[in-house]
Design a protein. Structure first.
Length: 83
């Protein structure tokens, strides 16, 4: 909401909103795809984790641990999203 209120006029705010809608649809689609892939990966087992929000890091560690420095890139992405 702050992004739209910061625009100098209504026309520019509408343009920003129209650009933002496809990006939000893309992000939601990516969340659904990641969730579906994780569901398919863990359908036969239930990993015992200390917290429920650790499933994505556990998935990356178990399935993509062979990719060099992927955990560091994931950590940097989570940290930058929190800023």
């Amino acid at each position: 909401m702050q992004r739209y209120l910061a625009m100098p006029n209504l026309k520019q705010a509408q343009k920003v909103l129209l650009v933002n809608i496809p990006m939000n649809i893309f992000m939601i689609t990516m969340y659904v795809i990641i969730g579906t892939v994780m569901y398919d990966a863990f359908i036969g087992c239930h990993p015992s984790l200390p917290a429920k929000d650790q499933l994505l890091p556990h998935f990356l560690e178990t399935k993509f641990g062979w990719v060099a420095s992927l955990e560091g890139i994931f950590l940097a992405a989570v940290y930058s999203a929190g800023l």
